[in-house]
Design a protein. Structure first.
Length: 400
């Protein structure tokens, strides 16, 4: 075993010991399954303290530079931490938009001053971030953004609305895509990208209730909101390029995220364990050959995706379609999770109709709640249909 492998193994043991000592027990209220469901101040306070604890222990963004709050370590160390977080069923690290999109973006194209100003408060959860891309009338057509930002002295006056804004009612800052020059021939031109403050006059975030009964999304209204011109990233009109760079992190195409622990782990092994006690026609569920066949297919697909993630790191194995695995990772992952969670709920027989807090619900209605919650993941960062088009056009070279 090499010295680096020995060090990594020793580090994994230290992380394991820390998790055993510090992962909090389940509180007496429902925790969100992902950062998309943080809907109450009680949840927020609990998760903010947990993220701060992980950060202060030196286990968050370990591969980021030390001058901005990281540890300057190899990314393998963060992978060890994330695996331990999942293994110990630890609460999520909720400030996901800051940790996994804004932080990497700032490290990539931000100024030194911007990194010093924003990154450490992101890591400590002192400041929360949201994303202002989608709009009510344009769905996934991001190039048709109509929220206007008009220069007025040292500010841009912003008017318009954003939708599906996760954490919007709690956020201190928004990555905002707005149109600074209208009526250009190409709709992708004339857009600008701001690190916009949320706590200013003229910004109103209104929570949206989901099918699960929870909150997390918001619609945000801008009414003559004065966003400082100094919060613009790159230059005026460069917003589309910056937004596309941001989406590379959101969709997992580019590496550099602070942590992958933004959602409660739902593995096929968990599903099998939860369904072992279920019976169908008086026999154990997994005695049914069709159920076993469907379960094996899910196992094989999970294994294939895991091997695909490893293959992504070996350039020689990606020469046929160099960006194929990277561009399809979000599509494959969220759609697999949706089908797996639906299977977990549907195989419960009469218990399938039971939900959270219903007496007799298997694992407290976890699989039903997880299935409904997963639709947010198939929409955020580009819908499944948009992702399929991206793969068709940019990987396979098919016509629009």
């Amino acid at each position: 075993m090499t010295e680096s492998a020995t060090e990594l193994k020793r580090f994994a043991a230290d992380v394991d010991a820390w998790m055993a000592e510090n992962v909090p027990t389940q509180p007496d209220f429902l925790l969100p399954l992902s950062f998309l469901e943080v809907g109450t101040e009680q949840q927020l306070d609990f998760l903010r303290q947990w993220q701060r604890t992980v950060f202060e222990a030196g286990f968050l963004a370990m591969h980021w530079p030390t001058e901005y709050g990281g540890q300057g370590a190899d990314p393998a160390y963060q992978a060890v931490v994330d695996q331990a977080l999942a293994r110990y069923n630890a609460p999520i690290l909720f400030n996901t938009i800051g940790l996994n999109w804004v932080g990497p973006l700032l490290l990539d194209i931000g100024s030194h001053e911007q990194r010093l100003r924003y990154i450490r408060p992101i890591l400590s959860a002192e400041e929360i971030w949201c994303q202002g891309f989608s709009e009510p009338d344009y769905g996934s057509d991001l190039g048709s953004v109509q929220t206007r930002a008009v220069r007025d002295g040292d500010d841009y006056v912003v008017n318009g609305s954003k939708i599906w804004t996760t954490l919007g009612n709690f956020a201190d800052h928004m990555i905002l895509l707005a149109r600074t020059t209208p009526n250009l021939e190409r709709k992708y031109d004339g857009l600008s990208f701001f690190l916009a403050p949320m706590g200013i006059a003229g910004v109103d975030a209104q929570p949206i209730r989901k099918v699960t009964g929870e909150y997390g999304f918001n619609q945000v209204f801008f009414t003559d909101a004065r966003v400082p011109a100094g919060t613009m990233m790159e230059g005026e009109g460069d917003g589309w390029r910056v937004a596309m760079k941001t989406l590379e992190y959101e969709r997992g195409v580019s590496a550099g995220q602070a942590s992958g622990h933004w959602i409660v782990s739902t593995q096929i092994d968990d599903l099998i364990a939860d369904l072992k006690g279920v019976q169908r026609d008086g026999e154990p569920l997994f005695q049914d050959p069709l159920v076993r066949d469907d379960t094996v297919k899910l196992i094989m697909e999970a294994r294939a995706m895991a091997l695909g993630r490893k293959r992504m790191t070996v350039p020689a194995l990606n020469t046929d379609y160099p960006m194929g695995l990277a561009l399809s990772s979000k599509y494959r992952g969220t759609e697999y999770a949706r089908r797996m969670k639906l299977f977990g709920a549907a195989m419960q027989g009469g218990h399938s109709a039971l939900y959270v807090d219903d007496p007799g619900a298997i694992r407290g209605g976890f699989w039903q709640r997880a299935y409904f919650s997963n639709f947010g993941a198939t929409i955020g960062g580009g819908t499944t249909q948009v992702q399929a088009n991206i793969i068709a056009e940019h990987v396979l070279g098919l016509p629009k």
